[in-house]
Write a protein that binds this ligand. Sequence first.
Ligand SMILES: Cc1cc2nc3c(=O)[nH]c(=O)nc-3n(C[C@H](O)[C@H](O)[C@H](O)COP(=O)(O)OP(=O)(O)OC[C@H]3O[C@@H](n4cnc5c(N)ncnc54)[C@H](O)[C@@H]3O)c2cc1C
Length: 367
Amino acid sequence: MSSTQGANIVIIGGGIIGCAIAYELAKAGERVTLLERNALAQEASWASAGIISSPGPGSGEFGLRSFRRYPALIAAVEETSGMRVGWNQTGETALIGADNDPRPLQDVMEWQRRHGLHVEWLEGAALREHEPVLSPHITAAIYERDAGSLRVHMMAQALARAATNHGATIREYTPALGLETAGDRVTGVRTPEGIVGADVVVLAAGAWSKGIGELAGLNVPTLPVHGQMLAIADPPVPLRTVVAGGGMYLLPRADGTIAVGATVDYPGFAKRVTPTGVNALIALVERFAPALNGARLVQTWSGLRPGSADGAPIIGPAPHRDGLWIATGHFRGGALLAAATGELVAAGIRSGTVDPLLAPFTPARFA
Ligand SMILES: Cc1cc2nc3c(=O)[nH]c(=O)nc-3n(C[C@H](O)[C@H](O)[C@H](O)COP(=O)(O)OP(=O)(O)OC[C@H]3O[C@@H](n4cnc5c(N)ncnc54)[C@H](O)[C@@H]3O)c2cc1C
């Protein structure tokens, strides 16, 4: 792979991943065009809870890189775009599992401590004082001080505005219909308005990446993983921190509402809030914080996470196709991982080398 400095780079997909890559490339002085078939950030990045959790061994060094990068990235993007991203640094209270076995969570905490994260074990009276709203059945938790949440669509829109201020072109309502190729090289993207020529194309179309990859004969095995959420307002008792356990969570948002999420279900590309989904979320409120039952239900919604065939992101140069990068499959961690994805994809395209942190995510594993 050779360096592509000065190249014309076209990104497909205007969710947080495409926007983060566009921002990093434009900031570095590259010529970038982003194509979004709709308005920016109306899919997973709109539906997202946006929790920026302290990483654990699951997301590893890549998660740490992203987590540590966020404070400076938010500050720079808010400054350059003049927009706010809804960052709410509440900390996160990670609850021990339903079987009350503390060991898995203690192992995570040890890993987090070794990597310099601020985490604290809480139980009994200390836990009650820390988060009074918790159910008395919950006996122990890890408090992750530096975690919080942002509004992912606002972050994506701010990244895009900042990218524009650095010279990028953002084309909304411009779907990619196919990839132009010459031999094994990708040379552009077909759109309803004609071909957009490119030296490098980045496929960052979330759950839709598989279909676009197929048009170029590539296996990019993304799949839509539906998640339903709801929001409540006017809680009788405040929720102070993100409270999470078993893949479900309650989170206090900057506007005073509390978001409750999220189900995991597989209706294909259909988005719909179901009675079963809402029941599961209401049951979660009852399990974690029954005092919140007195709040007002104000909103329900759902979205399609970009899952992948093996559950890990797909990030790196496409195998057997020059001039094509892939950045997708971030599943339940795309908000957290966007900062490092933008940074390392942009650096990889510019330098022509792939950072070792991206090795586990290579698209070549599906070739
Ligand atoms: C309910 C829910 C809760 C979540 N909570 C969290 C959380 O708390 N923390 C966390 O880290 N992550 C969370 N996630 C995951 C995270 O939001 C996603 O991983 C992330 O938003 C994915 O971003 P993306 O840019 O890859 O995809 P998307 O946001 O889906 O963007 C893909 C874009 O590509 C566009 N596109 C598709 N086809 C084309 C085409 N042919 N041409 C042009 N554009 C095209 C789409 O219109 C879309 O805008 C959650 C997700 C959901 C759904």
